[in-house]
Write a protein that binds this ligand. Structure first.
Ligand code: SAM
Length: 199
């Protein structure tokens, strides 16, 4: 399939460079990164190109793997293997990773799957692993912008179980799995890039 026919996200095009600026200095010692919920695969192809010292393992639910791999095959990079099927609610890989990245997933899945995400990440990582979570969050139960408040209404109309998460709950879940919050970076379009390290 032609690249132009594959699913495409303008948001990915817009946010990949600002995300890279944060990730790059933090990933100098990481070699094996797992991306959860790769979506269109645009982040995977961009970051694998920009971070050639590490292997970027894309993953998503089974139904998305074909189109992600079509995109990956167009780029043919040795540090960008075929995407693997990984449903947060199912069995996680047995391989260990020293970094995990996920963008715009925790407000899509339900609360049980947010908990399952942290349990799964804990299983596949060793001490000092990096965990990066990109997306919108609420602080002290407040939206950080009107656009996020409207987005949350839209999300809940689609799926009442979804919604923008409280950062305090996310940090609590991370801490329970030995991940310590090291930085919470403000990003364009009222998003955050939250960085945890496993202690
Ligand atoms: C809003 S999209 C974000 C995609 C991409 N990371 C981005 O930033 O554009 C949410 C992603 O989460 C994935 N997802 C939803 N439920 C999931 C689950 N149970 N396990 C793994 N991924 C899931 C979807 O397939 C989709 O790719």
């Amino acid at each position: 399939m032609e690249l132009a026919q594959l699913p495409f996200s303008q948001a990915c095009e817009n946010n990949q460079r600002p995300i890279l600026d944060v990730l790059k200095p933090k990933l100098t010692d990481s070699l094996q990164l797992l991306e959860v919920g790769s979506g269109t695969g645009q982040h995977a192809t961009f970051f694998a190109h920009q971070l050639p010292h590490l292997t970027w393992q894309a993953s998503d639910q089974h139904c998305n793997i074909n189109h992600i791999n079509c995109r990956i095959n167009h780029f043919k990079r040795s540090n960008l293997p075929s995407a693997i099927a990984l449903d947060i609610s199912q069995t996680w890989p047995t391989q260990n990773y020293d970094a995990v990245f996920t963008a715009n997933t925790l407000h899509i899945v339900n609360r049980q799957l947010v908990e399952a995400f942290f349990a799964g990440v804990a299983k596949i990582t060793l001490t000092n692993a990096n965990l990066f979570i990109y997306g919108p969050f609420n602080y002290q139960k407040q939206y950080t912008s009107d656009s996020n408040a409207n987005f949350d209404i839209w999300l809940k109309q689609r799926d009442p179980q979804s919604g923008i998460r409280d950062i305090e709950w996310i940090v609590e879940l991370a801490n329970a799995q030995q991940f310590e919050l090291v930085e919470d970076v403000s990003m364009p379009a009222n998003n955050r890039l939250v960085h945890f390290i496993k202690r």
